[in-house]
Design a protein around this ligand. Structure first.
Ligand SMILES: [Zn+2]
Ligand SMILES: [Zn+2]
Length: 867
């Protein structure tokens, strides 16, 4: 017997294990038709599965559950993208060490242990939220079983010529002591000082402006814009750097901004990306002035070994002492920071590994993918055009996939491992192939790969690549992800898929937005607007949280977290439960079979509405408009089913056998529960268990197979309006809903209302009722009069108050007697006042058969109730 209340705590503890045991989420690798493979994001194991993750996974789970119920063989794997700086930095913090203070293998162990614990935490939240993941397909990128594939992909791309090693300027974090990719640099506006410094010419000097005087020893040229008239007379070819004394070329280039400083700038190796392109274009020398730890090198003379900030201060002092600085002023500057530790990045030239980026090819391939929403493609395009150089993939760190390479110190040869050797750690093993040296001096590559090298093969990994059978499942159907990683994860995945398979990785990419706090700001613990999914589960339920995610917004848009929506979802589920409970108390679901012939108008109406809802909900799912899907289900459940149909069908159920009513009601509530099951899986399963032995997630999603007829939608609408207006009437009059209305007449009614006579009569509790297609016999009587003081006042001055009082107290009969065609006769204090009708407001009431009645108008028809 179904309990009175739905207990989410019990249901949400119970069902997950049952689903896993029943294998509801298992992908069947032998069934290759009708597959739906989702390339789910492997989150970074921070230990905290935050509300933004939760939103993304809710979307994924809605799709996966829907597709499963539509008969697809769904693959919903789950990975963990483990490697990389954030974990290393955390471990360094926790253990109070730096990576170079402990042996590499120990450091790696710490990172692995830390990651394993974090995965456990996050996994538990994911299960609490009911995500239907096939855990047998879990992958962890720090496991050799995964990263051997990263290495294989490296070797393949190296052999193809898509990966190469060379000395090239790269973005460098001096704190993390590693190269980082352009995509890992975050820009921030900071205040800084612009120094106007004299550079020495043979005669006189030329002034340049710079925020970074510590780069003077790295200066390799001075540049100005050829259109800048200030330098028309400049004919010197060389200029001497103050303090440091070396001489550099003076060059002209149109990329110099004449409005910045004096219009002359120093070109350094390297202050920014522009320096890199000048350096390349003008074939300038390389002066490495900053080392891997962010200290000045020998080239800085007396300033060698100083850290950047310190060196800057001292060099400025020195310049001032020697009168090289004319002035200083404050400016706002866009500073590139390490995405992980916020340290300003440097650009230094090092030997690094790179992946070739052919932006046009990548963009062409990307256009074959369906972007949801469409405009998100632009973000990829903008990003691709911004990239200045190829993707730097080597990292001077420890916790990453080892680059499977050795070098011979003797002949300089680079030895790349064979694919078959993967997984391999070059620092621990010698290469199989050798160089031609008699006496090779082999040194292993210590660098590891950028973590995006791991995660950008996720769709390949889940489909079984590099086994040829992967082609059966490739490209996969869907990639869901956040818009913050379009320039990294999406971009790199397309690039890698193109290089390794020549194909697009997925048919569609679905982008979710970010979650903002209730106050509209980005969620943060310090702002106090932070919500943990576990907190929402505790306060309301996992299903209520999931429903918030569904109705909170449109995929692609940022959405706001609102407790109001979560609580409203709890109410919505309670409402479904109540309708189900009523149904099960009155119906034996085992007896529900075929659709009966000659359904009543109201049954046809409900089934038509149900059918329309099913169509809308299916369409909304196909368009990833989860908000619309939930709204449609909610409208049907609340307005059509609960508020209207249920009330109109109660009497039929209470009277016993009425198969038409039972059939209609059961089909409606069962369809609602199935449709809501992708959003509220625990609730739906619990509800379903009271009338079915089959798990709901193994059932079919409702299809539009029910009776639908526009004529009956309109007829039903009229019936429900009659009934609801009578219910409103009762509540306005303070009459209990279950108290009888003695007499009731419906006039000007369309013919069909007669066939619904009983439905109306029994729903509104009418003792006696008449339905007629004719107009009612209604007369109107004046029953009172109200004076308009704005006219009466000026006309009768101080008498107006008494006149008004007399008028207000008049009975119906007296008013009718004194009413004339153009005025009203009022006898007062032996005088007759002829009051103009414009000053009076007559109150009329309807009468029928001599009795006062109330009239409710519903569209063209009239409902008459004697008082
Ligand atoms: Zn850093
Ligand atoms: Zn050699």
């Amino acid at each position: 017997m179904i309990p009175k209340e739905y207990d989410s705590e019990v249901a949400e503890l119970k069902w997950y294990d049952e689903w896993e045991e029943a294998g509801v989420y298992e992908f069947n690798p032998d069934e290759k038709d009708n597959v739906f493979v989702i390339d789910t994001p492997p989150p970074y194991p921070t230990g905290n599965f935050h509300v933004g993750n939760a939103l993304n996974w809710c979307y994924i789970d809605f799709i996966a559950r829907y597709k499963r119920m539509k008969g697809f063989n769904v693959m919903f794997p789950q990975g963990w993208d483990c490697h990389g700086l954030p974990t290393e930095v955390k471990v360094e913090e926790n253990k109070e060490i730096t990576k170079s203070e402990v042996p590499r293998s120990n450091f790696r162990d710490y990172c692995e242990k830390f990651t394993t614990e974090n995965i456990k935490e996050m996994k538990s939240t994911m299960k609490d939220l009911g995500f239907g993941i096939d855990w047998s397909m879990e992958y962890i990128t720090m496991d050799p079983d995964y990263w051997k594939n990263t290495q294989k992909s490296f070797v393949k791309m190296y052999k193809k010529g898509d990966i190469y090693r060379k000395e090239h300027p790269v973005n460098w974090c001096p704190r993390c002591e590693t190269a980082i990719a352009y995509a890992e640099v975050e820009y921030e506006s900071r205040k800084s000082k612009l120094n106007y410094i004299d550079f020495i010419l043979e005669e006189g000097n030329i002034q340049i402006a710079t925020t970074r005087p510590e780069l003077l020893p790295a200066c390799v040229a001075v540049a100005y814009n050829p259109n800048d008239e200030r330098y028309d007379d400049l004919d010197a070819e060389k200029v001497e750097i103050p303090i440091f004394g070396h001489k550099v070329d003076i060059i002209e280039d149109e990329n110099v901004d004449p409005d910045f400083g004096t219009g002359a700038v120093m070109v350094c190796t390297f202050g920014d990306k522009q320096d890199v392109s000048w350096w390349r274009e003008f074939n300038l020398p390389l002066r490495k002035t900053i080392d891997e730890k962010g200290r000045l090198t020998e080239l800085a003379g007396e300033y060698a070994e100083l850290e950047i900030e310190d060196a800057r201060k001292r060099i400025i002092e020195h310049l001032k002492e020697e009168n090289y600085i004319e002035k200083q002023c404050e400016i706002d500057q866009n500073v590139g920071l390490c995405w992980r530790c916020d340290t300003p990045i440097e650009i230094i030239s090092e030997k690094q590994w790179f992946v070739k980026v052919d932006e046009e090819e990548i963009l062409n391939k990307s256009k074959e993918i369906e972007w949801i929403p469409e405009h998100m493609y632009n973000r990829l395009e903008n990003w691709a055009h911004k990239m200045e150089w190829d993707w730097c993939i080597s990292r001077q760190r420890v916790f990453g996939t080892p680059i499977p390479v050795w070098y011979c110190n003797n002949c300089g040869e680079t030895i790349v491992a064979d694919e078959e050797e993967a997984p391999i750690i070059p620092t621990k093993k010698k290469p199989k192939t050798k160089c031609d040296c008699k006496d090779p001096d082999i040194i292993p590559e210590k660098d590891v790969l950028d973590t995006w090298m791991d995660s950008s093969i996720s769709p390949l990994y889940i489909t079984g690549w590099p086994n040829e059978s992967f082609e059966d499942l490739y490209p996969v159907q869907l990639r869901p992800q956040g818009h913050d990683i379009i320039r990294t994860w999406a971009f790199y995945t397309i690039l890698r898929s193109l290089s390794l398979t020549g194909q697009k990785p997925w048919d569609s990419i679905l982008i979710n937005g970010m979650v903002f706090g209730e106050d509209g700001n980005k969620m943060s613990k310090s702002l106090g607007n932070f919500v943990d999914p576990e907190e929402a589960i505790k306060k309301e339920s996992a299903d209520s949280f999931r429903l918030w995610a569904a109705i909170g917004g449109i995929p692609g848009s940022d959405i706001q977290f609102r407790w109001k929506d979560v609580r409203a979802s709890t109410k919505f589920l309670r409402k479904i439960w109540n309708v189900l409970r009523f149904t099960l108390l009155n119906i034996d679901p085992d007896q529900i079979g075929k659709e009966p012939a000659d359904l009543k108008v109201i049954d046809k109406w409900l089934l038509s509405k149900l059918n329309m809802t099913i169509k809308d909900v299916n369409k909304s799912f196909e368009e990833y408009r989860f908000d619309n899907a939930v709204k449609k289900i909610r409208e049907f459940l609340w307005e059509d089913l609960a508020d209207n149909y249920l009330e109109m069908v109660k009497w039929r159920l209470y009277r016993g056998e009425d198969y038409k009513a039972k059939y209609t009601l059961f089909k409606a509530i069962d369809s609602v529960i199935r449709m809501v099951s992708p959003f509220a899986p625990f609730f739906a399963e619990e509800a379903n268990s009271y009338y079915s032995d089959e798990l709901i997630h193994n059932k079919k999603f409702p299809e539009p197979i029910f009776y639908e007829d526009q004529e009956y939608i309109e007829k039903g609408e009229l019936l429900t309006e009659i009934v609801s207006s009578l219910r409103n009437y009762k509540s306005e009059k303070g009459i209990p809903l279950n108290e009888e209305i003695k007499k009731l007449g419906i006039y000007d009614a369309p013919e069909f209302i007669k066939s619904s006579f009983e439905d109306i009569k029994n729903t509104v509790w009418a003792d006696e009722m008449e339905v007629s297609t004719d107009a009612p016999d209604i007369s109107r009587k004046i029953v009172g009069v109200e004076p308009d003081m704005s006219i009466l006042g000026p006309e009768y001055k101080n008498e107006s108050a008494i006149i008004a009082k007399k008028l207000e107290n008049m009975e119906s009969e007296e008013i009718n007697e004194n009413l004339r065609e153009k005025h009203f006769n009022l006898e007062l204090n032996d005088r007759t006042y002829k009051i103009p009708l414009t000053a009076l407001d007559f109150k009329e009431k309807p009468f029928s058969e001599g009795k006062e009645v109330d009239i409710i108008e519903v569209e063209e028809l009239m409902v008459v109730i004697p008082k």
